[in-house]
Write a protein that binds this ligand. Structure first.
Ligand SMILES: [Zn+2]
Length: 337
C-alpha cells in the first residue's frame, strides 16, 4: 500500500486511545515522525474501566515521558453520592501530580451516563461545575467530546452518509429512541459550560463536533464566540474533505486554535514483531491519508473505504500553518507555555 510521506518533521498527536498494556504506539509514531502522543483515559461511566485505563495511560506516560503524555478523566457513575465532587477533584489533583497534561471528557456525558434515578446526566449539570473550575485552576485543558454526527439521529436510509457505519454499529443509531437527547440540545449545553467557565481551557474534539455534515462555518462561529476554546481535528478528514475550500480557509484563519489528532485506538497486545508490523502498516495508511489531506491538493480515497465510499480533496496548507497545527499549538497547550 502506498504511504504518503509527510514533509513536516515534528508532530504531536493530541488524541489517541490505548486500551491494552503495550507500547506498540511508539512504533507507529516512529514511522511518521510523531514526536509525542497524548493518550486519553476513558471510562467515565464505569469505575473499573476507568481505573484500568488510567493505570495503563499513566504507566505509558511514566515509562516514556518524552514521547507519551496522558489526559485523565473523572467518574460520573457516583454523581449522586455526597462525596462525589470532592473525590473526583482529588482524582484530578492526583493525575496532575502524576504528570497528566489535561482532562478527557467522553461522549458518555450527555448521551449515556445516568444517575442513580436513571436520568441522563446533562452536559451542563451544575454538580460538575466545581470540576470544570478545578481543571482551570490546575491548568489542565479539558479535551471534550460531546454528541456524535447529526446523521446518527436521522433514519438509516440511502440519504444517510453514515448508513454503512451505522449498519456495523447499531448502538449508535439514535433515530427514534425514547428519552434520548437531541444533537442541538447537546451543543447548547456544551456551549453553556464554555460560557460559564471562561478561565478553563477546552479543546473540542472532532472540530468541536461541528465538522459533521460539513458545518465548517459553525466551527468558525464557535471559535469566535469562545476564546477559551481550541479544537482537535481528529477523525474528521473524511467529512471536511468534501468541502476543501471552506476547510482550507478555516484551518488558515484559525491556525493557532486547531490541533492535529488521529483518534487512533490500540485495542490489543500483539505478541510478535510481525503482528506489530502489520498493525503499524494498517494504521500507517490511516495516518498518511490525514497528512496527504493537509499537505497536498490530491484527490484521495477516504480513510475507511468500506464504510465511506467517496473521495476527498486535499487542502494543501502552507508549511507555517502545518507546523502550528501539527506541533506548536499542542506543544504550548500540554507544556503550559
Ligand atoms: Zn477519541
Amino acid at each position: 500500500m502506498e504511504i504518503y510521506k509527510s514533509r513536516i518533521a515534528e508532530k504531536i498527536d493530541i488524541h489517541t486511545h490505548v486500551f491494552a498494556d503495550t507500547d506498540c504506539i511508539l512504533h507507529l509514531m516512529d514511522r511518521h515522525s510523531v514526536e509525542r502522543s497524548v493518550v486519553l483515559v476513558m471510562g467515565m461511566d464505569s469505575p473499573d474501566a476507568l481505573e484500568y485505563n488510567e493505570s495503563i495511560c499513566l504507566k505509558l506516560a511514566r515509562a516514556h515521558p518524552d514521547r507519551l503524555a496522558a489526559m485523565v478523566t473523572f467518574d460520573l457513575s457516583r454523581i449522586d453520592e455526597p462525596t462525589h465532587c470532592a473525590s473526583e477533584i482529588e482524582r484530578l489533583e492526583r493525575g496532575k501530580e502524576a504528570g497528566a497534561v489535561g482532562v478527557k471528557v467522553a461522549k458518555e456525558l450527555g448521551l449515556f451516563a445516568r444517575d442513580a434515578a436513571g436520568d441522563l446526566i446533562e452536559v451542563d449539570d451544575p454538580r460538575l461545575d466545581p470540576i470544570w473550575n478545578k481543571a482551570g485552576e490546575l491548568k489542565l485543558p479539558v479535551l471534550i467530546h460531546i454528541a456524535d454526527p447529526p446523521a446518527y439521529w436521522r433514519p438509516v436510509d440511502e440519504n444517510n452518509p453514515w448508513r454503512r457505519l451505522l449498519g456495523d454499529m447499531p448502538g449508535w443509531i439514535y433515530h427514534g429512541r425514547e428519552n434520548f437527547p437531541g444533537f442541538e440540545d447537546l451543543m447548547r449545553r456544551r456551549d453553556s459550560i464554555l460560557r460559564k467557565h471562561p478561565d478553563t481551557t477546552f479543546i473540542g474534539a472532532h472540530l468541536g463536533s461541528l465538522a459533521w455534515d460539513m458545518d465548517v462555518k459553525g466551527v468558525a462561529a464557535l471559535l469566535d464566540e469562545f476564546p477559551n476554546l481550541y479544537v482537535d481535528a481528529s477523525a474528521v478528514v473524511d467529512q471536511v474533505g468534501r468541502h476543501p475550500e471552506d476547510t482550507r480557509e478555516l484551518f488558515i484563519k484559525y491556525a493557532d486554535r486547531i490541533m492535529h489528532g488521529t483518534d487512533l485506538i490500540v485495542m490489543s497486545v500483539w505478541e510478535t514483531d510481525a503482528e506489530i508490523a502489520r498493525w503499524v502498516d494498517e494504521m500507517g495508511h490511516y495516518n498518511s491519508t490525514i497528512f496527504r489531506f493537509y499537505e497536498t491538493s490530491d484527490t484521495i480515497p477516504t480513510t475507511h473505504q468500506e464504510q465511506r465510499q467517496w473521495e476527498i480533496t486535499g487542502i494543501n496548507l502552507p508549511d507555517d500553518v502545518l507546523q502550528k497545527i501539527y506541533y506548536e499549538n499542542a506543544d504550548k497547550m500540554i507544556n503550559n507555555k
